[in-house]
Design a protein around this ligand. Structure first.
Ligand code: ZN
Length: 168
């Protein structure tokens, strides 16, 4: 399976809202397999369509593999159907914005609904880092990046790092 190139900030591809997946076919399976392989090789815990130049509503994630147990998820056409009122701050990294950690506040649990590769609707409650990861990846499908969620002071603080990425 090929490892795909990861689109890097500030590529405009990362700002493009993605369109829904409509065909649950061999091509989608291959894309999901390639995205997981690319994510593991990066190495990372989540990867969304636009990060591999595919502007479709699909992301992959695995929040446990770095601790020794693989639990890959492929989330097609995902949506958040419930979220906590309370927010938690966690530091996020993004494979498209390397070396720029972002301490972002998000709901600390969500209920995510998505379609799996067989076209079956799945729903799960996610907590902790898994909730963070799913929200981060879902944002990618709407052209939103974790750095967008930073408070103004933090955004100013990372702007030299972002400028360096843009000029390389
Ligand atoms: Zn990301």
């Amino acid at each position: 399976m090929p490892i795909l190139p990861i689109v890097q900030f500030p590529d405009p591809m990362l700002r493009r809202p993605c369109t829904p997946v409509t065909a649950f076919d061999a091509a989608l399976r291959q894309l999901a397999a390639d995205m997981l392989e690319t994510m593991y090789a990066a190495p990372g815990r989540g990867l969304a369509g636009p990060q591999v130049a595919v502007p479709r509503r699909v992301f992959v994630m695995d929040c446990t593999w770095k601790e020794g147990t693989r639990s890959p998820r492929v989330c097609v056409n995902p949506e958040i159907v419930a979220a906590s009122d309370t927010l938690a701050v966690q530091t996020e990294g993004c494979l498209s914005i390397p070396g720029v950690p972002a301490a972002v506040a998000r709901p600390d649990w969500i209920v995510l609904r998505w379609t799996d590769l067989d076209g079956t609707t799945v729903q799960a409650r996610m907590d902790g880092f898994e909730a963070v990861c799913a929200q981060h990846e879902l944002d990618h499908l709407n052209g939103r990046l974790c750095i967008d969620l930073l408070p103004e002071d933090d955004r100013i603080a990372i702007s030299p790092l972002l400028a360096a990425l843009g000029s390389s």
